[in-house]
Design a protein around this ligand. Structure first.
Ligand code: CA
Length: 243
């Protein structure tokens, strides 16, 4: 099956190394695919559409800046595209979009090599924001280092530095900080942390998140003078990118 007709090329305001590669959207619901295409193009991105696993895989191999992949594609699971690409050493960042919303499904998406997971129905602006976050990360989806402001994380050595000084973190604190550092300046809710860092499937009546965030804060900034992780009242937390 062939790709949908591509839209007109637009001036791309993204000037990074991926400016020449399109965002590849693999989605078999044409109406939604068109909506995504129009929205991304309006934000200055080139978009290529595809609607099957085979066609999406081919298009991804020939070069894409970011992949947006639906899970259910004419009876096949879009995750197989990501798994195949990762197996070939292709690390193009991938956003999985799916009506499958359970925590298990989200974890499956990430295990398959997806970098982010967005549950349908979603606000199209949310999708654009997530795609742009992946574009900023660039083609090195399997990053080995994260840097946010004064914080630096080595994902291979499992070390964290603040202003070049090593900070000793417990494994859960490390996972928690990694979660924040992958989402700088974005609101992270307690539910997200419980599901994604603790793998709790139900909203437990627990203050474990607040306790651990408190511990992490003290380790990052024993003096308490800098605010790396701030509370967002009644919602959750946010890692400040410029602290
Ligand atoms: Ca579908």
């Amino acid at each position: 099956m062939s790709s949908f007709e591509d839209g007109p090329r637009q001036a791309n305001r993204w000037t990074d190394a991926h400016a020449g590669s399109p965002v590849l959207v693999v989605e078999d619901e044409r109406e939604l695919a068109e909506e995504i295409r129009l929205e991304l193009q309006a934000s200055g991105h080139q978009v290529q559409l595809s609607e099957t696993v085979d066609d999406g895989l081919r298009a991804a191999r020939s070069g894409a800046a970011v992949l947006v992949i639906d899970r259910m594609l004419h009876g096949e699971d879009g995750l197989s595209i990501i798994e195949t690409l990762r197996g070939e050493g292709n690390a193009t960042p991938a956003l999985v979009i799916s009506a499958l919303s359970s925590v298990d499904e989200r974890i499956n998406g990430l295990k398959a090599g997806g970098d982010d997971y967005l549950v349908k129905p979603f606000d199209i602006r949310e999708l654009t924001a997530r795609v742009e976050a992946l574009l900023r990360r660039g083609g090195d989806a399997r990053q080995t280092r994260l840097q946010v402001g004064a914080l630096e994380m080595d994902l291979v050595e499992r070390t964290v530095q603040r202003d070049g000084k090593l900070i000793d973190l417990l494994p859960r604190e490390f996972a928690l900080l990694e979660y924040f550092m992958r989402r700088p300046d974005r609101i992270v809710t307690r539910a997200m942390l419980l599901e994604d860092v603790w793998n709790f499937k139900f909203m437990a009546q627990t203050n474990v998140v607040d306790v651990q965030v408190g511990n992490l804060r003290r380790k990052l900034d024993p003096s308490g003078g800098r605010r790396f992780i701030v509370n967002i009242r009644a919602v959750g937390f946010k890692l400040n990118a410029d602290t």
